[in-house]
Design a protein around this ligand. Structure first.
Ligand SMILES: [Mn+2]
Length: 359
């Protein structure tokens, strides 16, 4: 299952004139080996030699999940990882070793350079992230499953929401619905109501839901490591003209952003499509975050789509579109879909209603 991925990585290593690479980013470990737990590291040589370094706690699981890897377990101390790495380098005649500077602590880096001697180490950058940018069929199936489960959670939530519940109670119920789908939560859900909704990443609190206010829920199911990400803002009761107006501006911005998705355009293009409309309507100052992000094994991954994003979208990227308007003291509205970039544009992976739902 991971053989193709490793082959592509080896080609990149040869291109970069690296003899081997040390992988410490957990999602990259999973992508390249199929290992689904924590505290494992990969050594992959350009010649194809691949090893998984872990300890006794994970040894059995690693052997069963990663039949194509030589599993090595260390017994004592953190330097044990690097002693096995040193041994792996020596056995493969490695002179130049890549490592992931973004996925290692400074203390571990010092231990690495102290333990693996006589080998030049070099930050390989987001090498594996580059391989993960376009999803394969297997990954697509898992993301689609996670998104379908997320849709079901949203419709259950719509049945459940009522004035008097606290944000926190709603969050607990949301997590239960996610678990009932056989999924884990993609991240700690954002459940914010009323004026609290002006916090884009506010945390659910003891505030009770009341009639006459918006309720924003940003959440998603994670299935076999793959994430979905949805935001819906619903209304309790009947909205006043300003509430209707702000909602319709965000919805139109969201749709314009979706229309701008296509292979070959840099991430700043869909960002501008949504942002320019919000700015035109006078709320530019109230939309201060990027318009969306890639997702897969991580909830946030390339491309990070903001004003300056030059990363070009490709067919088979999975990304979000999530503009919002946040007005301190008043509240906020955000609408987010997870989509697949297709040859002709994009396909939303959700069927949940985006028009204003009044409960
Ligand atoms: Mn998101």
């Amino acid at each position: 299952m991971t053989n193709d991925r490793v082959k592509r990585l080896c080609a990149l290593l040869r291109e970069k004139e690296l003899d081997a690479v040390f992988i410490s980013n957990e999602s990259n470990v999973r992508y390249l080996s199929g290992y689904t737990n924590h505290d494992a590291f990969l050594f992959i040589a350009a010649n194809g030699d691949r090893r998984l370094i872990t300890d006794f706690r994970y040894d059995e699981q690693a052997r069963s999940e990663c039949p194509d890897y030589q599993v090595m377990s260390f017994v004592k101390g953190k330097s044990g990882i690097f002693q096995l790495l040193d041994q792996s380098c020596a056995e493969n005649g490695v002179k130049k070793l890549g490592f992931e500077a973004a996925a290692i602590s400074h203390a571990s880096y010092l231990l690495l350079t102290d333990t693996v001697k006589g080998v030049a180490v070099e930050d390989c950058g987001p090498l594996v992230e580059g391989l993960r940018y376009v999803k394969d069929d297997r990954e697509e199936a898992l993301i689609r499953y996670a998104c379908a489960a997320t849709d079901r959670v949203f419709s259950k939530l719509c049945e459940y929401i009522r004035p008097g519940l606290t944000e926190k109670q709603l969050e607990w119920q949301l997590l239960t619905f996610v678990n009932e789908e056989g999924c884990d939560s993609s991240f700690q859900p954002i459940v914010v109501a009323g004026e609290h909704g002006s916090l884009p990443h506010g945390m659910a609190g003891e505030r009770k839901l009341r009639n006459g206010e918006f309720l924003t829920m940003d959440f998603g199911c994670m299935y076999q490591g793959y994430h979905a990400d949805m935001t819906r803002t619903v209304f309790l009761g009947r909205p006043d003209p300003k509430q209707k107006d702000v909602y319709s501006i965000v919805l139109e911005a969201h749709l314009r952003g979706m229309d701008a998705f296509r292979p070959g355009v840099p991430g700043c293009v869909p960002d501008a499509a949504a942002r320019d409309y919000i700015t035109e309507k006078g709320y530019g100052e109230n939309f201060g975050h990027g318009v969306g992000h890639g997702l897969g094994l991580d909830i946030h991954e390339d491309p990070f789509m903001g004003r300056l994003c030059q990363r070009v979208l490709e067919e088979g990227c999975f990304v979000t579109m999530e503009p919002g308007i946040y007005l301190p003291g008043w509240g906020g509205v955000r609408i987010e879909d997870t989509v697949k970039i297709t040859r002709g544009g994009c396909e939303s992976l959700f069927t949940s209603e985006k028009g204003l739902i009044c409960l």
